[in-house]
Design a protein around this ligand. Structure first.
Ligand code: GDP
Ligand code: MN
Length: 383
């Protein structure tokens, strides 16, 4: 789950990372009032979960509260489009921060290095721009420090990394403290990414997180209830947001054959079979174990909300999930929805015979095997 910049900064501050003062506004008038608190000298920043806001026109500096308020008012409600996110996102909130006098911009992040089975701190004197750009044009400017979560970090290792990154001497002590705090944020918040770009070194000699991006491991969000309310706007796709609200494991894809199955492995197999049969999956959806009719119905509804769908494949292997419960859910969904696309269901295992009997005589086409189901849905969908 991605956190907004303002949420990320609040979190960093709790762990002792210095951040510029700032407050969130949802309308221009409030933004103006906040700007006044900083004597009009402020930065207005769109709070959208995408990179490259600066270049997209979502970050602007002001010396005057009226102008800041006016800009905020125009920005809120607007769709911001960046290179990283061509489909764009609507701005609902802005962060109004005090203007800081940035002398230099650095890059700092903590993420997981799966191959090394360790955390990795990435530090660079080349901040402000996209780190991928630095990695391409000046890879030697990125210093990596691996952290074994069981051992933690020794001070000397951090000092060496800061030295290797050529962070200027007056900024080094604050940078060492910031790195240690960031690793703590990562571990204690169950984060899967903590990134500060840029770390601002001000002309008055302070090191501040001018931007912040924290992502919390989705499987640990339940341990951080404070983010529950904003969980669904963390998804960039509206259907994925709806899935999050419904508590359904769903990933939107580019194709046009909707897929529903039980168990991630079976769902992925179904996607492969559809592909092998010449189709293209529109989504991944795992109804989960022991799904009841009500949940199956909710899943069918969700997949059909995707307007690009040409057909729907349901593949259930009955174990704890009963086939007849699934059939009941499908039929309930079909009785309340206007379904204009063909549906093929393959139900095997516990309750399969009952399920097939229930689906008999309906518009739902049965299939004996997964391969047969995939071939049938592809043939029907593209007919
Ligand atoms: P991003 O483009 O989405 O990564 O947004 P950032 O928060 O990183 O802002 C983009 C750029 O705006 C930064 O790299 C800074 O150069 C500049 N910026 C942001 N806040 C301030 C500020 O308070 N003072 C100054 N001088 N520049 C700022
Ligand atoms: Mn940034």
């Amino acid at each position: 789950m991605k956190l907004h910049e303002y949420q990320s900064k609040e979190l960093l501050e709790k762990f002792g990372v210095a951040v510029p003062r700032g407050k969130v506004a949802t309308d221009g008038a409030t933004a103006k009032e906040i700007a006044k608190e900083f004597g009009g000298r402020c930065v207005v920043k769109a709070q959208v979960l995408m990179g490259g806001r600066g270049k997209a026109g979502g970050v602007k500096l002001f010396e005057n509260a009226d102008k800041a308020g006016q800009f905020a008012g125009e920005l809120i409600g607007k769709r911001l489009v960046s290179i990283q996110n061509p489909q764009g996102m609507i701005v609902e909130k802005v962060l109004v921060g005090e203007l800081i006098d940035i002398a230099e911009e650095y890059y700092l992040s903590v993420l997981l290095d799966r191959a090394e089975q360790k955390l990795v701190v990435m530090l660079s004197k080349e901040g402000g721009m996209e780190i991928e750009e630095v990695a391409r044009t000046k890879p030697e400017a990125i210093v990596r420090l691996h952290v074994d979560p069981a051992w933690g970090l020794a001070d000397f290792e951090v000092r060496q990394a800061v030295e290797a990154a050529k962070i200027p001497a007056p900024a080094q002590r604050q940078m060492v403290a910031m790195i240690k705090a960031l690793v703590k944020v990562y571990l204690e918040s169950d984060a899967d990414l903590v990134e500060i770009n840029p770390v601002a070194w001000t002309s008055s000699g302070k090191l501040l997180a001018a931007d912040a991006k924290v992502s919390i491991d989705d499987n640990a969000v339940f341990r951080h209830r404070e983010y529950e309310a904003t969980k669904d706007d963390s998804a960039e796709d509206p259907l994925e947001a709806e899935a999050a609200r419904r508590g359904i494991a769903y990933v939107k894809l580019d194709g046009d054959i909707g897929i529903i199955g039980n168990g991630a492995g079976l769902v992925m197999c179904s996607m492969d079979e559809v592909k092998a049969a010449g189709g293209s999956p529109a989504n991944f959806l795992d109804v989960g174990g022991g799904a009841q009719a009500e949940r199956v119905k909710s899943c069918v509804e969700l997949v059909l909300m995707d307007k690009g769908i040409k057909g729907l494949l349901i593949n259930i292997f009955g174990g704890i999930t009963r086939g007849d419960e699934v059939a009941k859910g499908i039929l309930e969904a079909f009785s309340t929805l206007e379904v204009g696309v063909p549906l093929v269901a393959r139900v095997e295992g516990t309750g399969a015979a009952e399920a097939l009997k229930m689906l008999e005589g309906t518009q739902i086409v049965g299939a004996a095997t997964m391969q047969e189901a995939a071939k049938k849905i592809v043939a029907l969908a593209y007919a």
